[in-house]
Design a protein around this ligand. Sequence first.
Ligand SMILES: [Zn+2]
Length: 95
Amino acid sequence: MPGHRPFGLRRTGNLHVKEVAVFRSRFMPCPDCGESVERGEPTPHVCDPARVVEFQMFGLRREVDRLDDALREHLATPSGRFEAWMAWHEVRRTS
Ligand SMILES: [Zn+2]
């Protein structure tokens, strides 16, 4: 029967999908430090504080860049120039 061969192919396909699913569920990235953590490990994962800072800075790098641009744009406006001028005078007055 012609219907037998596609069935055989479908079985191999299912096996492959199963392998991928097992691999994905075994490891997962830690939401706090991004380290790959194996599920069901006897000792629970403890984040390395230095890694947590690095991971969070990496996640915020776009916002840091945006803040830089936003500040530069603001300083180019009349009120931004006035604030910069005021700050300059304030620094001179107190030093
Ligand atoms: Zn972690």
